[in-house]
Design a protein around this ligand. Structure first.
Ligand code: GLA
Length: 745
């Protein structure tokens, strides 16, 4: 049993892989967080919860001056009954009162895991893969039932939580904050790691002390955003990749979110994660239920590396869905940076021929194929092929690509509408706007009102038509602006603060419908690159365009940050032209290839302009990646050197069986007369013999300091390490491949 309850102790104990999560009922009905840490083999705590009288912490029970909710570590704190810290739930009743008093009512433990109804879910394929605990807390006055859900998964150190409100009373309730989880933990001197960024600069690993203050990491943009990611880790002071304790949370939601870390006067840190209460208020009618997004919660005893591997395994098994979950992804060519909007059929077919010739497997036609879209000022919403560019239509074009024995993919931006479009002229009220107010454009476009069922249904039909007409194997689903003037003419005045959330529900419904209707299509999500790289979208689309920044050096930190919880198989990464279009940097084709191979390899440059030498390099890269992509996509990641100090970066993938591994090393800035360094590996079998091959020495400036092929023991590779070649020049790199050696008997 992974979940047990002791009715004498009134404790719940959840075995979360290598960790234990213990909750207790205090005074028989207050649900408290008691322990979250390394696995307790006795499951329960013998130690009682210690309370002492505290001045200025009021007492709900007049005869017990030690008891205050202000000092109680709680699983779902509320407002107004003596706890002055931030609550997980805020509501307002018809009479203007805001108090709820949540007490334990009942609980259920069962096999399996229910899927959420309207939100992205983690899932199991067989009931025995998980156990779920539901604890009902109840407010007797308002008859509001709050069900806290906890699911633990066999073999995984990740707990999934969510909350279900069920209004059993008879007057509407206004809910202005309903977090997916809360927990109160003692985390002395811990530091916080999060992933702020910007467009083309996503997910920069950023540390700060927790201190004695409140931190709110959030998005108010209607998307999870480039600016923050719905992930947070709290790590012990001496944290490294290999050592130290880390707590992690990640929200499966792609809209406005909030992650709160709030440390109180007695050094207890409240962690809360959920939909951002900012510009949110949901009107809950009698009998209605409201479900929150799911949040993954982890405790990892062995550093950031273990945290990442715990998430990668979990997301690959219980979040990514559909037939591509376990399939290697095709190596693609995307015409965006090759042609932008300026292309015709002949240009595309030439590009496809070149791509086929070097071994590329999928041809992706990006923005500009529909309406009259010669730039980004027009036609979003008019998903009809532009016959000036593709005179024989999309179906015929797709067939031509297929005849080359390549798969065919297409770009869409279904949530958007150009003011200059037939759709907007017919349905000006189909976008988000507030009547009588100015309407902001961003990239010359408006946002469709996905909170409206009518709009979502129309988009489903539009896309279904195209996806059924042409031979489409892949879709890139883009979203190139954030939400402003958030108002919907489809909703009543007292529901306008539901728009951002209902927008997300609409997006999820459309994605769910289309991905189920077209299970053969590989969907890659995108939002100006990685503006919606979150667990919510990953539940529908198993691949994300990581960033519009395709520069190999800038990509190092973007991909390192992304790899904190997102697996390589979810990351799209492309080789592009130099000077790089985003930063102007010139790097070698080999380096660009090595960095792009850290995820799903693709190419995004005009192959027609390359000389034979570069084509030969690309041919080799593709053949090499085809040999090793299973290790990268399904293996364990070890981040050996962080690019943060601008010197170098190294990462290693080890196959599950530990019989194959691949190491990439990139030097950022060269130094004169450098020290000779070694790279110590991890994750290999100590007593195994491996054959190690160094690649990349054919490049000018790369000098091996040891034989190109060596037979080495796993412990030598991990303890002594690999000699890093001498790299004479900025932005040079090399790769080692490692395979279990066949030793003659
Ligand atoms: C976004 C994407 C790019 C490209 C353009 C097309 O910026 O991130 O990859 O598809 O849109 O307009």
């Amino acid at each position: 049993m992974m979940i047990v309850y002791d009715s004498n102790l009134q404790q719940f104990s959840l075995q979360v892989g290598k960790a234990s999560y213990v909750m207790a009922l205090h005074k028989g009905s207050y649900l408290t967080t008691r322990y979250f840490g390394l696995r307790l083999h006795g499951d329960f705590l013998a130690s009682p919860f210690v309370e002492v009288p505290r001045s200025f912490s009021p007492n709900p029970m007049a005869d017990d001056e030690r008891f205050s909710l202000d000092t109680l570590p709680q699983e779902y704190p509320v407002f107004g009954n003596s706890d002055f810290r931030l609550p997980a739930l805020e509501v307002e009743f018809e009479d203007g009162s805001r108090l709820v008093d949540l007490h334990y009512d009942q609980h259920r433990i069962y096999e399996g895991k229910p899927k959420l109804h309207v939100l992205p879910s983690t899932y199991v394929e067989e009931e025995k893969q998980a156990q779920t605990l539901e604890i009902d807390l109840f407010d007797a006055v308002s008859q509001l039932r709050v069900t806290l859900r906890y699911t633990v998964f066999a073999g995984h150190s990740i707990l999934v939580r969510s909350v279900l409100l069920h209004h059993e009373g008879d007057a509407p309730i206004r809910v202005s904050r309903v977090m997916s989880m809360a927990m109160d933990l003692s985390l002395p001197d811990y530091q916080m790691l999060h992933l702020p960024g910007a467009h083309a600069r996503e997910r920069e690993m950023t540390w700060q002390p927790i201190g004695k203050t409140m931190h709110s990491i959030e998005s108010r943009r209607g998307a999870s955003s480039h600016q923050q990611n719905p992930f947070l880790a709290l790590a012990s002071p001496t944290i490294t990749e290999e050592d130290g304790e880390v707590y992690s949370v990640a929200l499966a939601y792609s809209g406005n979110f909030q992650l709160v870390v709030d440390t109180d006067q007695y050094d207890v840190t409240r962690v809360m994660v959920g939909i951002n209460p900012f510009d949110f208020r949901y009107l809950l009618s009698p009998g209605e239920k409201f479900e929150t997004p799911e949040v993954t919660v982890g405790f990892h005893a062995h550093g950031l590396g273990e945290m990442s591997r715990d998430y990668h395994r979990f997301f690959r098994k219980h979040l990514l869905s559909g037939r591509y979950r376990d399939q290697l992804r095709p190596i693609l060519i995307n015409n965006w940076e090759a042609t932008y909007f300026q292309f015709d059929e002949q240009v595309l077919l030439q590009l496809a021929d070149e791509a086929k010739e070097v071994g590329i497997e999928l041809f992706v036609l990006d923005d500009g194929w529909f309406g009259q879209r010669d730039d980004d000022r027009t036609s979003l919403g008019d998903w009809v092929v532009d016959t000036r560019k593709l005179p024989h239509g999309l179906g015929a074009f797709g067939e031509q690509i297929r005849q080359k024995n390549m798969r065919f993919g297409l770009w869409f931006e279904p949530e958007m509408i150009s003011p200059d479009s037939a759709l907007y002229r017919t349905h000006p009220d189909w976008c988000l706007f507030v009547p009588g107010r100015n309407q902001s454009v961003s990239r010359h476009q408006y946002v469709l009102d996905f909170s409206s069922k009518e709009v979502c249904d129309a988009i489903i039909e539009q896309l279904t038509k195209i996806l059924s007409q042409a031979p489409i194997d892949y879709v890139k689903w883009d979203m190139n602006r954030h939400l402003t003037e958030v108002g919907s003419v489809s909703l009543a005045a007292n529901r306008q603060k539901e728009v951002s959330h209902r927008y997300m529900l609409g997006v999820y419904r459309v994605m769910d419908t289309l991905t189920k209707r077209f299970p053969f299509i590989l969907f890659e999500s995108c939002s100006g690159g990685g503006g919606r790289f979150d667990p919510g979208l990953l539940a529908y689309m198993p691949q994300v365009w990581t960033s519009d920044n395709t520069d190999a050096i800038a990509r190092l930190s973007i991909q390192f940050g992304t790899s904190l919880i997102y697996p390589a198989i979810a990351m799209g990464s492309h080789v592009s032209a130099v000077p790089n279009h985003q930063v102007g940097r010139v790097t070698t084709l080999q380096t660009r290839g090595y960095v792009a191979m850290m995820g799903n390899l693709g190419y995004e440059l005009d192959l027609r302009r390359l000389g034979e030498e570069d084509r030969a390099t690309i041919r080799q890269q593709i053949a090499f990646y085809q040999q090793w992509r299973d290790v990268i996509c399904f293996g364990d990641l070890y981040r050996l050197k962080h690019p943060s100090k601008q010197q170098d970066a190294a990462f290693l993938y080890v196959s599950e069986k530990r019989d194959r591994a691949i190491v990439t090393y990139i030097q950022i800035m060269a130094r004169a007369n450098p020290a000779l360094k070694r790279l110590r590996l991890q994750g290999l079998a100590t007593n195994e013999t491996y054959s190690v091959t160094l690649h990349g020495t054919e490049q000018t400036g790369v000098f091996a300091l040891s034989p190109l092929t060596l037979v080495m023991n796993g412990d030598e590779l991990m303890q002594y390490g690999l000699a890093i070649p001498y790299l004479h020049g900025d932005f040079l790199g090399c790769v080692w491949t490692i395979e279990k050696a066949e030793i003659a008997p």
